[in-house]
Write a protein that binds this ligand. Structure first.
Ligand SMILES: Cc1ncc(COP(=O)(O)O)c(C=O)c1O
Length: 300
């Protein structure tokens, strides 16, 4: 038990071993603390099986490679750590995070060289960024007054531990009394949302931004599920006009699944409630998670 929460203590993987969370420590001189120099990935387990584990591990390695960050395990060994962290914590539906930090260097200066990277993996009971009520009713969003950092500055495909741009946009929306922000690129086209990819439904076709996005595992899953239903997806450019005049708009991510946006900038989207396509894709996504057909079992 932890003294603070009274719940069973969790196990976290750090510095090459599983330790109780109260003993899981990293240095204050780690470059993730000093400079936000790290990458991460978030996966989920459903019914004790980790969904699309290879896809998450591949993306994690690609993010790290883009920053010349060395993950201290190979993909097979990391996979085992992820499954073990789910098992050790006795979890069925889990929110799983893997992080690799630049580590500690010779001096606490902004030199990424001669640092020893540090891998952290934890799993907690599944977390959603959206409440069940909002999932059922849909959310209200605003187009952020800020712009997503363009890939020319920091490639949006890198899932880095520097989320300030997203955090500021979410804060702006929340403090305006809304649930979420929609992010535009510097070019004015829709990019994504803080922690989600964006989809538009118009005349039976799905549209989703192709550029300036994190290539979401859920986004790819939605495209595959839509194809099963003979629903075409166009990956391209979307404007705010396309959002305002959509039949349906939805967001998707590992930490929340698929859910509707029913109002943007005071304009009602479609019928002002989760539409049939959003509901169908949400149900198919949940069924896929529950069925475990694309998941790796953590338990024998
Ligand atoms: C910026 C951003 N976009 C999109 C997503 C959705 O990605 P995924 O479906 O892989 O969770 C995330 C997930 O955290 C994210 O951080």
């Amino acid at each position: 038990m932890t003294a603070i929460t009274g719940r069973a203590e969790r196990f976290v993987y750090v510095h090459g071993e599983f330790v109780p969370e109260n003993e899981a420590r990293i240095s204050v001189f780690d470059h993730v603390v000093l400079y936000g120099d790290a990458v991460f990935d978030t996966a989920c387990a459903w019914g004790g099986k980790v969904f699309k584990l290879d896809e998450h591990i591949d993306r994690f390695f690609e993010s790290a490679h883009a920053l010349k960050l060395e993950i201290p395990l190979d993909k097979g060994a990391l996979k085992e750590v992820v499954l073990e962290v789910v098992r050790r914590n006795g979890l069925q539906n889990a929110y799983i995070k893997m992080i690799v930090t630049r580590g500690v260097g010779e001096l606490p200066l902004m030199s990424p060289y001669n640092c020893t990277p540090n891998l952290i993996v934890f799993a907690v009971p599944y977390l959603s960024l959206i409440s069940p009520e909002k999932q059922a009713q849909g959310i209200r969003a605003k187009i952020s007054s800020m712009r997503r950092i363009p890939s020319e500055c920091l490639d949006a495909k890198i899932k880095s531990c520097n989320y300030l741009n997203h955090i500021l946009m979410r804060m702006e929306a929340n403090e305006a009394g809304l649930d979420e922000a929609i992010e535009l690129g510097l070019d004015g086209y829709v990019a994504e949302a803080p922690g989600y990819n964006v989809f538009v439904v118009k005349h039976g076709v799905l549209y989703t931004p192709a550029e300036n996005i994190l290539v979401g595992v859920t986004r790819q899953t939605v495209i595959e599920l839509a194809a099963e239903e003979q629903i075409p997806t166009v990956e391209g450019r979307l404007t705010t006009f396309d959002l305002y005049n959509a039949d349906e708009v939805f967001l998707c991510s590992t930490a929340g699944g698929v859910f509707a946006v029913v109002e943007i900038d005071g304009r009602v989207i479609g019928a002002g409630e989760p539409g049939p396509m959003t509901q169908k894709l949400d149900q198919k996504y949940l069924a896929l998670l529950e069925g475990g057909g694309q998941s790796t079992p953590a338990y024998p």
